[in-house]
Design a protein around this ligand. Structure first.
Ligand SMILES: [Ca+2]
Ligand SMILES: [Ca+2]
Length: 271
């Protein structure tokens, strides 16, 4: 019989996502990579301090913080944070404890994985031809030859709460796109936000990378919108974006004030 702890560790190895842990007055922004069983601290927010980078927020990150996660079958189980690995950076070991309902309910547990499927967010079909054509124009204007852009994520959300939706888009040249250091010619990756301004619709290309020549030393990273939520409680949504390249991962938190997209916190590390 396989011990339950091993089953849980296997579950933990699936899917990357943003993780929020509220602790006292501070909200810690973390990232769970799909290749690891540890939680990476990205930064935080404290009402008296504002946005905090990794170095400022690591003092708030404590051993023994607990929160529920959902496994692939939709069942919730509890994990607690273990020691920080300072040599590797701001990594917290996560220790699976038990499934919800099997525990003694002493203590305080914190927030779960940040979902992308709330009623405030509309996940649109990546086969939408209007957006495929728009992204084809953007990508082909950047020295990439392509017939039609492949979209991965097409998410509609009112980030700044003004009643007008913004559109978040990720696009990669291949379905199973991964960070690579020598990609084929015309490999590309893109992340952009479309939003309405008084002067019209703006397409802001937040991230774009491509391989100009086959085998060239370019490293297009895969962009993933991990989570969308109001982290600092000001009524406007932030979103967490990851960019996974060859042996590197970058994660950033972005806000939108109605005029521009701003990266408020970010962190990058190697494998
Ligand atoms: Ca808006
Ligand atoms: Ca906010």
């Amino acid at each position: 019989m396989i011990p339950k702890i091993l089953i849980l560790l296997c579950i933990l190895s699936f899917n990357s996502f943003g993780q929020i842990i509220s602790h006292e007055n501070t909200t810690l922004i973390c990232y769970w990579p799909n290749y690891g069983r540890s939680l990476r601290l990205i930064g935080g927010y404290n009402p008296g301090v504002g946005w905090m980078d990794e170095d400022d927020s690591i003092d708030q990150y404590q051993k023994g913080l607990a929160f529920y996660k959902t496994d692939l079958h939709g069942s919730e189980y509890l994990v607690t944070t273990g020691d920080v690995d300072y040599e590797l950076g701001s990594w917290y070991a996560l220790i699976p404890e038990h499934y919800r309902g099997e525990e003694n309910t002493n203590g305080t547990y914190f927030s779960n994985r940040v979902p992308l499927n709330t009623s405030d967010i509309t996940i649109c079909s990546p086969l939408n031809e209007v957006y495929q054509n728009l992204m084809t124009q953007e990508i082909s204007s950047r020295d990439v030859e392509l017939d039609q852009a492949r979209l991965d994520q097409l998410i509609r959300v009112d980030l700044n709460g003004d009643g007008v939706d913004e559109m978040l888009i990720t696009s990669h040249s291949q379905e199973n796109f991964g960070g690579r250091i020598m990609g084929p010619t015309n490999d590309y990756s893109l992340f952009c936000v479309r939003y309405v301004t008084p002067s019209g619709v703006n397409t802001e290309i937040v991230g774009f990378q491509n391989c100009l020549r086959s085998g060239s030393l370019y490293e297009p990273a895969k962009f993933v919108i991990e989570s969308i939520l109001d982290i600092n409680g000001d009524g406007a949504m932030e979103f967490i974006l990851s960019a996974t390249g060859f042996e590197t991962t970058w994660v950033g938190v972005y806000s939108f004030n109605g005029e521009e997209i701003e990266c408020v916190v970010s962190s990058m590390w190697g494998v």
